[in-house]
Design a protein around this ligand. Sequence first.
Ligand SMILES: [Zn+2]
Length: 162
Amino acid sequence: MKRLGSVTAEMYFLAISDGRITCLADYAKHGPLSQIARRKNVQLPPLSERIAESEPLPAFLHTDRWLVACPDCRRDFQLVWTMTLLYMCATCWNADVGGRWRPVGLPPDRAAIEAAMSRRPRPQERNWLPGETGEHLLREEADPGRGTGITSIQQLHDLLGA
Ligand SMILES: [Zn+2]
């Protein structure tokens, strides 16, 4: 069977929510993010406005999932909504950018990265960090350790240099 590519928030939440959560708007309105926000008494800004003019947060691939991590509090990471490239930290609520949504950036060579990953049999070997080139990925394939071997969010932030 043909692989669909690495896991995005759209794929993941569609699968676990019986079709209730198909996009970031659903996730922010009645998904896990909205539930945490309600519990913390946080009002999420509408997606159509309140977007920070900051550099896009770089998406990265960890165990075959596209993720983005909070560069401010360094205590949160989430799957990337690839159709709506915005991120709201569920811990600090993007306080450093005035509570606005932060833009997220996928690599321009995403398809090539996913193609390289699809040659790796196990999901835990499918890791990619911003700046890693096709050459780097090929070198990793010759390495029995393969990939970044990240096991904690702290390691992840150290690697991202956040
Ligand atoms: Zn945060």
